[in-house]
Design a protein around this ligand. Structure first.
Ligand SMILES: [Ca+2]
Length: 100
């Protein structure tokens, strides 16, 4: 049976491939794919973004190789960045409540 972390890794891969374009350019997200993924899978985060152009800005930031698409490696950097921010909130919450 896979561990909790292994299951998380599998979920990341599955979610990415579910939204990745099937337009022959390989498994990558175009702007539309990324918007759909964020609306469905990161809706709480997206709601917290007041800027209507947030997805476009995120797309630009993620596209490290500048090909106008988001590959799995670039996508993972979004998940890592959000996870780091969440972990900081978690730490602050633990400090306030004194619970583990
Ligand atoms: Ca790219």
């Amino acid at each position: 049976m896979p561990s909790e972390l292994e299951t998380c890794m599998e979920s990341l891969i599955k979610v990415f491939h579910h939204y990745a374009s099937k337009d022959g350019s390989g498994a990558t997200l175009n702007r539309r794919d990324l918007r759909l993924l964020m609306e469905n899978e990161l809706s709480n985060f997206l709601k917290s973004q007041k800027d209507p152009a947030a997805v476009d800005k995120i797309m630009k930031d993620l596209d490290a190789n500048g090909d106008g698409r988001v590959n799995f490696e670039e996508f993972v950097s979004l998940v890592v960045g959000l996870s780091v921010a969440c972990e900081q909130c978690y730490q602050q919450h633990m400090k306030k409540t004194g619970k583990c």
